[in-house]
Design a protein around this ligand. Structure first.
Ligand SMILES: Nc1ncnc2c1ncn2[C@@H]1O[C@H](COP(=O)(O)OP(=O)(O)OP(=O)(O)O)[C@@H](O)[C@H]1O
Length: 395
């Protein structure tokens, strides 16, 4: 699985990415539709809680409120486990959620305090979008921080891409269109949130085969300056193969990095591998800043696909599609997306090209098996608590 790189790790030390399976009509109408959709979804979300009796939002949760079923994934900073409510009616106890568990000492050691706080806050703010994992609550105890999310049963798009080797253009377009709507929403309707870690491992498939974006660990609300230009940020984070050149140069970056990553992602969908790759991450960075995207002869890639990839992967971000004037609307109007009904995409009218083989709501067969480790407790000392607990008070 591709390792995520954070500021606390030197970029050069990050592991390279293995290439094996290890592990709406009218553009303006569509944009308006996104906000409307979110409102509807939020009302729906509230409704779910009212019905359930297991009142997630109305009281402080603890780990004892859940039975752990199994680990779904482990990342650099977290373990995500499938859980069931331990109390409530039979209907409550049949529900399943994904609980992201972050060890406080690790968050502090890896200098991820700000990232974790942004993650919790941004997840709560963007929850309800059709292609973003719903946030259900957060809590903490002496040693850990917990983020409760809806369980997305289909597993990582990464796994399917490795299984299929590559996606045909219709499949790639389906997923890319959903990602375009997510980026439009984050960048243009949520006051300039840069996601900063777009990759197939962070795109899960729901039971209908639609994308759900997870892991907002590097997302940051950048906002716009007085000239209405996106504010720059400097933290080096992301995954080597997907880093935009301006991140590597460390001269400040904006939401434009997500459009670059979308270009890399479409390339990887169509060929099965990213355009810039090497075992040594330093070589990847060199390629990204020095080399143009080169397309293979086989599989043949359409001119429209090549063009959108080149336009998204434009080194000069002032000329990069998505970041130029017109923003996401220009991406949606690109010939690669011709024929796409953006309202239909947003409303999830079509089922996805891959329907995950889910037999029941808590089915976790689409996830790899991970060793279940006993949580190490009492590492977080009183001195640490005194110094850091204030930072974790939102949980
Ligand atoms: N809501 C969810 N439903 C099902 N599985 C999930 C969910 N959230 C996360 N996962 C699984 O857990 C994995 C790790 O989650 P996540 O990416 O949030 O952790 P992380 O430690 O921040 O990872 P990284 O090292 O990539 O930054 C995901 O790749 C996915 O497989």
């Amino acid at each position: 699985m591709a390792a995520t790189v954070a500021a606390s790790q030197p970029l050069a030390a990050a592991g390279g990415r293995g290439l094996h399976p290890m592990q709406a009509q009218g553009l303006i109408a569509a944009a308006g539709g996104q906000q409307q959709y979110q409102q509807q979804q939020q009302q729906q979300h509230q409704g779910d809680e009212d019905e359930g009796g297991f009142e997630l939002a109305s009281r402080k949760l603890t780990l004892n409120d859940f039975h752990r079923v199994r680990t779904l994934g482990t990342g650099t900073f977290a373990r995500v486990v499938l859980v069931r409510p331990a109390h409530g009616t039979e209907a409550d106890r049949s529900k399943v959620y994904a609980l992201k568990i972050l060890r406080k000492t690790e968050v502090i050691k890896l200098k991820q305090i700000d990232h974790v706080r942004h993650e919790r806050r941004i997840l709560a703010d963007v929850s309800g979008h059709p292609f973003i994992t719903n946030f259900r609550g957060s809590f903490s105890d002496h040693d850990f921080l917990y983020i409760l999310l809806d369980y997305i049963p289909g597993g990582e798009l990464f796994t399917y891409l490795r299984k299929y080797r590559r996606f045909d253009e219709d499949m790639a377009r389906f997923y890319a269109a959903e990602i375009v709507l997510v980026l439009e929403y984050l960048h243009e309707h949520q006051g300039g949130i840069a996601y900063r870690d777009m990759k197939p491992e962070n795109l899960l498939l729901d039971a209908e085969g639609h994308i759900k974006l997870v892991d907002f660990g590097f997302a940051k609300r950048l906002g716009n300056n007085e000239n209405d230009h996106p504010v720059e940020t400097y933290t080096l984070c992301g995954t080597p193969e997907y880093l935009a050149p301006e991140v590597i140069h460390n001269k400040g970056h904006t939401t434009a990095v997500d459009w670059w990553a979308l270009g890399i992602l479409i390339y990887e969908f169509l060929t099965g591998y990213p355009p810039f790759w090497h075992q040594n991450p330093i070589e990847i960075y060199k390629q990204i800043v020095e080399k143009p995207v080169v397309f293979p002869q086989d599989p043949p890639i359409s001119d429209a696909a090549k063009d959108i990839i080149r336009q998204l992967c434009t080194v000069d971000r002032s000329r990069r599609l998505g970041n130029i004037s017109g923003g996401a609307a220009k991406v949606k109007a690109h010939p690669f997306f011709s024929g796409v009904d953006w309202d239909a995409v947003l409303e999830r009218r079509e089922r996805g090209p891959i329907i995950p083989p889910i037999r029941y709501p808590g089915d976790a067969q689409c996830f790899d098996i991970y060793p279940e480790e006993d949580a190490i407790r009492d590492e977080y000392t009183d001195a640490m608590a005194e110094r850091y607990d204030d930072y974790f008070k939102d949980f």
